[in-house]
Design a protein around this ligand. Structure first.
Ligand code: IVH
Length: 718
């Protein structure tokens, strides 16, 4: 019953079409017409035939969704149009203000807005060219993200080819999510394998997309909801409400519900209705997004420094549930602070099971009169650690036990036994012993966490045991661990040993190896410098090439000097100019007096960073990084020699208003890539970048036959 190549090709084509059809019915229309078994049979036949005729495998075959080799690292790719974010609000009042503001900005106009679910997933951008999926990327910093095309291809509801007449270019934005059931199954499986649990479906989705091996991603139950476009060519869209049917027609999943409103009342009605039904969606939602429907009106409303004026994200209040407080234990944090933690009867709240909640400090327990055995109300808002809101006094059992913090700790750190001090600045007790194993463990965990150095295998119990067994005394010790040492690490007890094992040890060593080459921003964050969060770390990395530069930063010293002089009433103009020239400050309109500037980071952060690296501990970190041969570099390109840069020698002239970037931003981008921006068009001009209402420069460019770019073409070039 052997087939020849021609017959095989025909059958393959049939099978692929058939499978694509069932994927569509299953994922887009939620109306499958065959059983899972029948589907598997078709799929297996396809795999078998492709194995027999490997030359006939096509890149868009459904089997290729799980294909692709593991990557070493994600490539960085630019979005054609930046991926913006929105300001969040929890207040209906602010939604009202939002609408009155835009009514004031566009007087005497009807301004319809669309209300849609705010999907709690991971933002991604997909690019389809002539109907084919060409690229998928994470948001990254909004301009440049990770190229995760291989991973996105494994999501079965993402079509490889658009249906029907596809536009020439379509950049679509949306959120990748993991549905609740899939999330719970995945965590169950991880528990069995002794792997750390994901805190909620969003983290699980984010963790999945970060995998370098698409075969792993293919096993994760991911889905996608698309809600917007970036660059688009070959189809005219004037209203946001047109996007849903358009995307749906092309075979792309969109939200099942959205509303159009014409007044504040209608907006709030829609928000309330969504709140009633959103728990039935398979994906998690944490709010509603309100967007001006007309693109023409959006353009006229424009942007503030950070986000568009034409949209706002409203977040629903955190979910609250009741549960029993079984015990109170004391945790010692990264900086030695003793925090009381409630041990709870596990409950499901806002997408995950919670077994512990912070009680903040001693005074909080007294103020809320929290006792062991009480029924308490807990709440969890997105990222935030769950907290005990209040006690349900009516349900207090007679034997509920008050908790006396001071008597419980008895002046000693519950972990290392060193004396504790009451921190006068905070209402907290602090263990003063920098070598306290609990503190070291927390520092190691933070250092290795996602978003820091991504050495996930070294979280939780592993960090605990590494410190307990004396293998790690400070985070950088991780870089001197041998795979054999790790493999032998006992995560259990002496009576019931449980070894970390060869496989996990290799995984961990690989992740540690990868961390060596992570960019400067991640390292700055991982070092847990006081006042330096992720955003500040990125800011610092934008302006400095290495950790040493940050440690001895002229710019940060400049910020301090500027503020000192100003406070002392001295002239600070010279420093202000220097900072502006370096791009580290902008002239401020609101700061009183002439020469006022706003700096990229404020004096508190500047002081904190310089202090950190000047301290004994900070100096030690710099020395050790050197010894270990770890030299994190900034992502920016300025390190490259100017002549090697892609736009070296090219001259640009800017005219008109660009849809989504200012002229300064465009200039910055051109210069960063080695190009030059001049004021007038001549024969020597290579490109004219033109926005709306361009001036005479545009006509002159046409006359001289110079290439004119619009923003989309320019972004492509970038
Ligand atoms: S619109 C400028 N629509 O929530 C328009 N965003 O703070 C920006 N999100 O960054 C995005 N659901 O990652 C939009 N229906 C939706 C969304 C949504 C979730 C995310 C997105 C965005 C953030 C808003």
């Amino acid at each position: 019953m052997g087939m020849d190549e021609k017959q095989a090709a025909k059958r393959l084509e049939e099978l692929r079409d058939e499978i694509r059809k069932h994927d569509r019915l299953y994922y887009d229309e939620a109306a499958p017409i065959i059983s899972d078994r029948e589907y598997d049979r078709l799929y297996k036949e396809l795999v078998a035939l492709e194995t027999q005729f490997p030359d006939l495998v096509t890149p868009d075959s459904p089997t290729q969704r799980v294909g692709g080799k593991p990557l070493k690292a994600f490539e960085q790719v630019s979005h054609l149009i930046p991926m913006l974010s929105l300001d969040n609000t929890y207040s209906e009042e602010e939604v009202k203000n939002f609408y009155t503001r835009i009514q004031r900005l566009l007087p005497n106009e009807n301004i319809p807005v669309v209300i849609e679910p705010k999907v709690d997933g991971v933002a991604v951008s997909l690019v389809y060219e002539n109907g084919r999926l060409r690229q998928a990327a994470t948001r990254g910093d909004g301009n440049v993200g990770d190229n995760i095309t291989q991973n996105i291809r494994t999501i079965r509801s993402v079509p490889e080819r658009l249906r029907g007449a596809a536009p020439k270019l379509l950049e679509v934005r949306g959120e990748v999510y993991m549905d609740r059931k899939g999330f719970e199954e995945l965590n169950e499986e991880r528990k069995k394998e002794g792997l750390p649990q994901f805190a909620n479906p969003r983290n699980a989705a984010a963790g999945s997309l970060k995998q370098l091996d698409p075969a792993i991603v293919a096993k994760r139950p991911l889905g996608i909801v698309l809600y917007g476009t970036g660059a688009i060519e070959g189809v005219d869209v004037d209203l946001h409400s047109e996007i849903f049917p358009l995307l749906k027609k092309l075979g792309l999943p969109v939200t099942e519900r959205w509303w159009v409103a014409n007044s504040v009342e209608e907006i709030l009605d829609a928000i309330h209705e969504l709140d009633c039904i959103r728990h039935k969606f398979v994906y998690q939602t944490d709010g509603a997004v309100v967007k001006v429907n007309s693109f023409a009106q959006r353009e006229r409303l424009g942007f503030t420094a950070k986000s568009p004026r034409w949209a706002i994200a409203y977040k629903y209040a955190a979910e609250r549930v009741e549960t029993r407080l079984k015990n109170i234990v004391i945790q010692v944090g990264r900086t030695g602070i003793l925090t009381p933690v409630a041990v709870l009867e596990p409950v499901f709240v806002s997408g995950s099971t919670v077994g512990r909640a912070t009680l903040h400090n001693e005074d909080e327990i007294k103020r809320k009169d929290i006792r062991i055995g009480d029924t308490v109300v807990i709440e969890k808002a997105g990222e935030v650690i769950p907290a005990v809101v209040e006690v349900v006094k009516s349900k207090r059992p007679r034997d509920a036990k008050p908790f006396d913090f001071a008597a419980h700790v008895h002046g000693k750190c519950p972990v290392c036994g060193s004396p504790i001090q009451r921190d006068p600045q905070f209402v907290a007790w602090r263990c003063e012993n920098l070598q306290c194993p609990a503190q070291t463990t927390r520092r190691v965990e933070f250092f290795a966490a996602r978003g820091a150095l991504d050495i996930e295998t070294v979280g939780g119990i592993v960090a605990d045991k590494l410190v307990e067994r004396g293998l790690v005394r400070e985070p950088l010790d991780l870089f001197e661990l041998k795979t054999e040492q790790l493999a032998k690490l006992n995560l259990g007890t002496e009576e019931a040993p449980r070894l970390f094992g060869e496989k996990n040890a290799t995984k961990a060593t690989n992740a540690i190896g990868r961390a060596r080459t992570l960019p400067l921003s991640r390292w700055l964050f991982a070092l847990a410098i006081p006042d330096v969060g992720k955003t500040t770390a990125m800011e610092l990395a934008r302006f400095h090439n290495t950790i040493d530069h940050v440690a001895h930063s002229e710019l940060l010293r400049g910020v301090l000097e500027y503020h000192e002089k100003r406070e002392g009433g001295e002239s600070s103009n010279e420093i202000a100019e220097r900072l502006i020239k370096a791009g580290f400050a902008k002239p401020s309109k609101s700061k009183m007096g002439k020469g006022g500037i706003v700096t990229e980071v404020g004096p508190v952060v500047a002081q904190s960073v310089l202090d950190f690296f000047a301290s004994t501990g900070g100096k030690r970190i710099l020395r050790r990084l050197n010894q270990l041969g770890i030299h994190p570099k900034s992502e920016k390109v300025s390190a490259k020699k100017a002549a090697e840069l892609p736009m070296a020698g090219k001259t640009f002239v800017l005219t008109g208003t660009l849809p989504s970037m200012t002229r300064e931003e465009a200039t910055e981008k051109i210069e960063a890539l080695g190009g030059r921006v001049t004021g007038s068009v001549s024969k020597k001009t290579d490109y004219v970048l033109a926005g709306s209402e361009p001036g005479s420069k545009f006509d002159r460019a046409k006359e001289l036959g110079i290439r004119v770019l619009d923003e989309a073409a320019f972004r492509k070039m970038l």
